[in-house]
Design a binder for this molecule. Structure first.
Ligand SMILES: [Zn+2]
Length: 512
C-alpha cells in the first residue's frame, strides 16, 4: 500500500509520501525529510504505540522518509501514517501494492488515535491527486466524508491495521453515510431586527449591504445601536453554497475550530475579534501559517466594533485582502495563501470621548485628538467601503413605538436579490454587486438619459469623487435588485446617494 500523509500549512497544505526502508543494523529509527519538532517526536510515539497495540516494533534499522524532502513538515498528524507504513514494511499487514490511501492521525502511546486539524483539506488534496481512500481519526470522519470519498474513521492503530488488512483483500467496509452534518457554528445570531425600534435608515442600509455584499461603516455615539444591529446582520445572509461551505469548513478545520463529528459549515461565519487583536491573529500566520480572523470570516462577516481602537498595522493590513479576497503569508521557510473573501462591517464612535453627535452630549476632545482618531480609519481602508451610515440614538417616542420589521421579512427580500445577481453574473468571477470591478460598472449599471442627468447634478453638488460614484452605482444596482427590477431608475440612484453621502476624507463625521 502506498501511504500518504498531509502537512497542514496554509489553505492547500502538502501531500506527503511516507517511505519506509527496513534493513539489518543497529536497531533504531531515523526520520528524514524536514520534520518539525512534533514530527521528530513522532518516532517515540510510533514506537510505543506499535508495541502497545500488540505488534512487534522491528528490531532493525528503520529509515522513514517524508517526501518531498524540500518541504518543511509540521504537526503530529504524521504519527498514524508512519506507524502504518512501518507495519506494512515489516510484513505485519497484508500486502496490497496497488492500493493508495491518505492516512492522518496523532497517536497516543497506548495506540489510541487522536483527532487532528486540517482533515477536510487533506482529503480534498488527496482527491485532487486521485487518492480516494482516506483513513482518519473517528472524530474527524464527518468532515472527511463530506467530499464523497471513501473515508474511514479509526479509533486506534489496531483498528487502522485491521482496516488495511481488509482492504488488501479487496473487502472495503461500507463507507460512512455522507449526509453532511452541520456545524454548531450555524447558530450564533443574537436577537431579531424587530428588536430595533425605529432606526429605519440603519436597517435599510444593512438590508442593502446584505443583498449586494457591500462593506459597511457605521459611526455614531455609544448606545446608538451600531453593535446591536451588526450582530443581527448575519441572519440576513443566505446559506452558503456547497462549494463555499467546503472552503469555509476547510479553513475552520485548519484552524482547529471544528468540534468532534462536526461536518460542513452551512451558514456564513460571523467573526467579531476584539480590538486588541494582534496582526497575526487577524491576518493569519505563525509557524503553522494558521488562518486569522479575516480567513475565518471567509464568505461571511468580519465585524470590527470600536474600529478606531484597533492597532494601526492591523487596520492597514485589511487593505490587501479587501482588494484580493485572499491573503499571502510568508514565514521563515514557507509561504502560503489563505482565502479571505469577507464582508467588512466597521463600527466606531464619532470621537474618542464618544459624545460628538449625541444630542445634549458635550464632547471633551481637542480638535487634534479628533483628527488623529479619524485618520486611523480614513483613506485607503475607507475607499473600500461602499456604505457609510451615521447612527444616532433613537428618541423615547421611537422606543415605545410599534416594533420594526423582522429579520425574516428583510432576509426574504435579500435572498431574492441575491438570486437575481447570481443569475446575472453567472460565469463571471464574482456574483454580487459589491464585488463588481470598475471596468464592468458601465455594463451592469447603465442609466437612462434622465437618470444620468440627475446623477451628474448630484455629483457636482456633493462634489463626489469617482470612487464615490462607483460605489453609488453599485449600491443603486443592489437597490434595483431588491425591488426586482433590471433597469436602474432615478429613485434607486437617489437612495444610493443617501447610503454614500459621506466623503472619503476626514469631513464625513462633521455632517452628523
Ligand atoms: Zn469627544
Amino acid at each position: 500500500m502506498e501511504i500518504y500523509g498531509y502537512d497542514p500549512t496554509g489553505f492547500d497544505g502538502e501531500l506527503v509520501t511516507i517511505e519506509v526502508d527496513i534493513r539489518r543494523g543497529i536497531p533504531g529509527m531515523d526520520l528524514v525529510g524536514l520534520g518539525d519538532e512534533a514530527v521528530r517526536e513522532s518516532k517515540e510515539r510510533v514506537r510505543a504505540a506499535i508495541r502497545n497495540a500488540g505488534f512487534c516494533f522491528p528490531p532493525d534499522r528503520i529509515l522513514v522518509n517524508l517526501a518531498p524532502a524540500s518541504v518543511r513538515k509540521i504537526g503530529s498528524g504524521f504519527d498514524l501514517p508512519i506507524a502504518a507504513a512501518v507495519l506494512a514494511a515489516s510484513g505485519q499487514l497484508a500486502s496490497s501494492p496497488d492500493l493508495r490511501a491518505i492516512v492522518i492521525g496523532e497517536l497516543e502511546l497506548s495506540g489510541r488515535v487522536r483527532p487532528v486539524r486540517g482533515v477536510l483539506s487533506a482529503v480534498a488534496i488527496a482527491l485532487d491527486h486521485g487518492i480516494s481512500v482516506s483513513i482518519v481519526p473517528d472524530e474527524n470522519l464527518a468532515e472527511a466524508a463530506s467530499l464523497g470519498s471513501r473515508a474511514y474513521g479509526v479509533s486506534s492503530l489496531g483498528d487502522c491495521a485491521s482496516l488495511m488488512d481488509l482492504m488488501a483483500v479487496g473487502r472495503f467496509p461500507p463507507v460512512f453515510d455522507a449526509v453532511p452534518r452541520f456545524n454548531s457554528q450555524a447558530t450564533t445570531v443574537e436577537g431579531d431586527f424587530s428588536d430595533l425600534h425605529g432606526q429605519a435608515v440603519l436597517k435599510r442600509a444593512l438590508e442593502v449591504a446584505a443583498a449586494g455584499a457591500h462593506n459597511v461603516f457605521l459611526f455614531g455615539p455609544p448606545g446608538s445601536g451600531k453593535t446591536m444591529a451588526a450582530r443581527r446582520f448575519q441572519a440576513l445572509l443566505p446559506d452558503l453554497k456547497q462549494e463555499d461551505s467546503i472552503s469555509v469548513t476547510r479553513i475552520h478545520s485548519l484552524a482547529g475550530n471544528l468540534g468532534a463529528n462536526e461536518g460542513l459549515i452551512s451558514r456564513p461565519p460571523f467573526r467579531s475579534p476584539h480590538h486588541s487583536a494582534s496582526l497575526e491573529g487577524m491576518i493569519g500566520g505563525g509557524r503553522y501559517i494558521r488562518p486569522g480572523e479575516i480567513s475565518l470570516a471567509h464568505k461571511g462577516v468580519l465585524f470590527l466594533d470600536e474600529a478606531a481602537e484597533f492597532r494601526l498595522d492591523v487596520l492597514q493590513a485589511l487593505r490587501e485582502p479587501l482588494e484580493e479576497q485572499r491573503v499571502s503569508i510568508s514565514r521563515a521557510q514557507r509561504s502560503a495563501w489563505l482565502p479571505a473573501d469577507f464582508q467588512l462591517i466597521m463600527a466606531a464612535n464619532s470621537c474618542p470621548c464618544g459624545n460628538l453627535g449625541r444630542a445634549g452630549g458635550i464632547c471633551v476632545c481637542s480638535p487634534q485628538e479628533i483628527l488623529k482618531y479619524r485618520k486611523r480609519m480614513g483613506g485607503p481602508l475607507l475607499d473600500r467601503i461602499d456604505i457609510r451610515i451615521p447612527v444616532s440614538p433613537i428618541g423615547i417616542s421611537e422606543l415605545t413605538g410599534i416594533p420594526g420589521e423582522s429579520t425574516a421579512a428583510m432576509s426574504s427580500r435579500v435572498l431574492a436579490a441575491v438570486d437575481r445577481q447570481e443569475r446575472r453574473y453567472e460565469g463571471l468571477p464574482f456574483s454580487r454587486n459589491g464585488r463588481l470591478p470598475p471596468a464592468l460598472i458601465g455594463r451592469f449599471c447603465s442609466l437612462d438619459d434622465d437618470t444620468a442627468l440627475a446623477f451628474a447634478k448630484a455629483v457636482e453638488r456633493l462634489a463626489l469623487s469617482s470612487r464615490a460614484c462607483h460605489s453609488i452605482l453599485k449600491i443603486a444596482r443592489t437597490i434595483a435588485d431588491l425591488e426586482g427590477e433590471e433597469r436602474l431608475r432615478k429613485s434607486h440612484v437617489l437612495e444610493a446617494i443617501q447610503h454614500r453621502r459621506y466623503g472619503d476624507n476626514d469631513f464625513f463625521w462633521d455632517q452628523t
